[in-house]
Design a protein around this ligand. Structure first.
Ligand code: NAD
Length: 332
């Protein structure tokens, strides 16, 4: 049985045990993918995702423009790259988790970008939330170099990134989905194939537009109720057992003190920043313009989040719309 101790964590192995007059074999599915994974963008989401990849036995090389983010991962056992190109040199699969479209274009197609050094056959997975047209542009550049680029934005937030329970919405060639899933399963729970490249982003943009609309509505209703003299916990219990219920009212209530462990009860720190929500609503707006779709409430939510961003809420969690409404009224 000594062979068992030599089993690497990174591979699917056939173990053959030869005992007295009998031979049997069994297969052991190990955690790691056996591939070298590069990770670019180690912020609120990317940091814990890269850590989970390491903890699942992958060999991980990381890069972030912010050196402190890299040293945390280095201490946990990751190798450091000094540019996206250096990460690509040392990896077969590369995951990016960057703020917006411009950062993604720079990380892949920039001077020291992934396309400079990645090998033909590399799998490039972008999990940032960006414009679907940029995902398509990157996929076409990748194809010219015999690489595959897929979009795989996530839902679930920082808590799910830490717990490894993210949902991935994947767009790209269907034949590559199994390969992407094998890696993404180390950081997520639901890996959903949405269609050709860009369709993961399309699904993500629609979800986040609805999330913003629901959050604005929840904040408005809660604020009105409090001003009418209702206890916010009581009102939230009623809403959550009535037809006004949503994820924003039940799981992520925007009123401080209604729920523990949500940004609203922590001065709107952590969570999903107002600036990122504003960006996602901007993506919904341009996608709606391109597809000639009417999104009146999405547009209104976009303007509200823009206003909040310039009024000092950019880094606060997006549920701070409740505080923004309250303060707007109090200043009258
Ligand atoms: P973040 O700002 O915390 O992290 C981004 C990281 O990328 C930072 O560490 C930054 O230094 C780094 N970076 C920027 N430009 C870079 C470059 N050119 N090369 C290398 N590193 C670079 O953002 P986040 O909250 O981790 O979000 C990342 C993406 O995930 C965004 O597109 C966001 O919309 C999406 N997202 C976020 C959440 C959330 O709850 N925070 C949830 C779902 C999706």
């Amino acid at each position: 049985m000594a062979a068992l101790s030599n089993v690497t964590r990174n591979s699917k192995v056939l173990i053959q045990v030869i005992g007295k007059n009998r031979t049997f074999s069994c297969s052991a599915v190990q955690h790691g993918s056996g591939k070298r994974v590069g990770f670019i963008g180690l912020g609120n989401m990317g940091g814990p995702m890269a850590l989970n990849l390491l903890n699942k036995g992958n060999s991980v090389t990381v890069y972030d423009v912010y050196p402190e983010a890299m040293s945390k991962l280095q201490n946990a056992g990751a190798a450091i790259g000094h540019s996206p190109a250096e990460v690509a040199e040392k990896s077969d699969t590369i995951i990016t988790m960057l703020p917006n479209s411009t950062h993604v274009q720079e990380a892949y197609a920039g001077e020291n970008g992934v396309f400079q050094t990645a090998k033909p056959g590399s799998l490039l997975i972008d999990s940032s939330t960006i414009d679907p047209s940029v995902s398509k542009e990157m996929a076409s550049l990748a194809e010219k170099k015999a690489m595959t680029f897929i979009d795989a934005p996530v839902s679930g937030g920082v808590m799910a990134a830490k717990a490894g329970t993210l949902t991935f919405m994947v767009g790209g060639p269907e034949k590559e989905f199994a390969n992407a899933k094998a890696v993404l399963e180390h950081v997520g729970k639901n890996i959903v194939y949405c269609g050709s490249v860009g369709s993961g982003q399309a699904a993500k943009i629609c979800n986040n537009m609805l999330l913003a609309i629901n959050m604005v509505g929840t904040a408005e209703a809660m604020n009105l109720g409090v001003r009418l003299g209702l206890d916010p916990k009581l009102l939230s219990n009623i809403i959550n057992t009535s037809s006004g219920r949503s994820w924003s009212s039940e799981i992520y209530n925007p009123v401080p003190g209604v729920l523990p462990n949500v940004p609203a009860s922590n001065n709107y720190e952590g969570g999903f920043g107002t600036a990122l929500m504003m960006k996602d609503l901007g993506l919904a707006q341009s996608s709606a313009t391109r597809s000639n779709s009417a999104i009146p409430l999405g547009s209104l939510a976009h303007q509200l989040y823009r206003l909040m961003s310039v009024r000092g809420y950019a880094k606060k969690d997006f549920s701070s719309i409740y505080q923004f409404l309250q303060k707007s009224e109090n200043s009258n």
